[in-house]
Design a protein around this ligand. Structure first.
Ligand code: BTN
Length: 327
């Protein structure tokens, strides 16, 4: 199989981001010149003056240095961000890094993915600059039978992070996120963010939490515009990506800490408070084999969805596509 192209964020960007108004020295060697050219091509506003490089502060760039500075660590020793301009899939990279021992709190972040993946073998279209594409490595201490709750932790975190970012950006009457079981985030009835959790069976078990958020219109493929939306369209103004990401990472740490402290009821209470579809709502269920109708009737203690079928029988869903049935 061909190896997918992988482009790391040139280190000069992180150095200039950390240096602030003082800038950083640049050298004349061909490698530095190539890096500067790469930054220019990818639209970074790196300014060169008297052999120094300066990067004006902005709130959109997903530069590791700024993400780390703005995300205090609560659940790990420190957040360590590895940034890519282009990558196949941040989940794939995170699985690789977790397999070679990356600690919990390692975040892989990319401007664009060429093979972004979604649940159930679907793909996640990831055009440059239009969305947030990132994956976090975690090393939970809870037994693996509890790990399904990580999906609830991640979706609560994204919903709360979106709310905070919209508030911070001064959006009047921000739309309220609605969670679709198990972990899709909706705004105004359309999908806005998706989460893909995968596990690594190394000696010390790990999971990777992949998050895709549609921020700008360009993140939504034309044929999905009736089912998907983006944050900027819903907010009525552009919302900078890093503000969203930093709030989501903060809330993920809060939710992950609840998970690690076994406060699972509290985690589910928060999930339920953000979802309108988990109890008494007519839904279609598609588990890959057939589509059938049912009514939601609560969650189990592991966050599985209880369904009352049309013939009155109850079933418990661990994984499936569930969509609200409209009259
Ligand atoms: C879904 O199907 O709803 C889940 C989509 C998850 C997409 C994200 S984008 C970042 C991370 N890397 C991937 O390849 N997928 C996840």
């Amino acid at each position: 199989m061909n190896k997918l192209r992988e482009l790391r964020i040139p280190e000069i960007l992180n150095e200039a981001a950390r240096a602030g108004p003082g800038g950083v020295p640049v050298t004349e060697d061909p490698a530095s010149k190539a890096d500067l050219e790469l930054c220019r091509r990818w639209g970074f506003a790196l300014r060169l003056e008297h052999r120094r490089a300066f990067l004006p502060f902005d709130e959109d760039s997903l530069l590791p240095a700024w993400i780390e500075q703005e995300t205090p660590a609560l659940a790990w020793d420190r957040l360590s961000v590895r940034g890519f301009l282009e990558i196949g899939s941040t989940n794939e990279e995170a699985l690789k890094q977790a397999g070679s021992g990356a600690p919990g709190g390692t975040l892989i972040c990319a401007e664009t993915q060429t093979a972004g993946r979604g649940r159930k073998g679907r793909s996640w279209i990831s055009p440059p600059g239009a969305g947030i594409y990132c994956t976090l490595v975690i090393r939970p201490s809870q037994p693996t039978d509890r790990w399904p709750l990580l999906a609830h932790a991640a979706s609560v975190a994204v919903a709360e992070g979106l709310k905070d970012a919209l508030l911070e950006c001064g959006v009047e009457r921000p739309p309220s996120p609605d969670l679709k079981w198990p972990n899709d985030v909706y705004l105004s009835g359309k999908k806005t963010a998706g989460i893909l959790i995968e596990t690594v069976s190394s000696q010390t078990p790990a999971a990777v939490v992949g998050i895709g958020i549609n921020v700008r219109q360009g993140s939504i493929p034309a044929d999905l515009r009736d089912q998907a939306t983006c944050i900027s369209a819903e907010a009525g103004r552009d919302i900078p990506r890093r503000r969203i990401l930093v709030h989501c990472l903060h809330h993920f740490q809060v939710c992950y800490s609840l998970f690690e402290r076994r406060e699972h009821d509290e985690l589910l209470r928060r999930w339920k408070g953000l979802s309108t579809m988990w109890d008494g709502v007519p839904v279609w269920i598609d588990d890959g084999s057939r589509r059938r109708a049912g009514i939601t009737s609560g969650l189990t203690e592991l966050g599985a969805l209880r369904i009352r079928n049309e013939d009155g029988r109850e079933e418990t869903l661990l994984a499936a596509d569930v969509t609200v049935r409209r009259a």
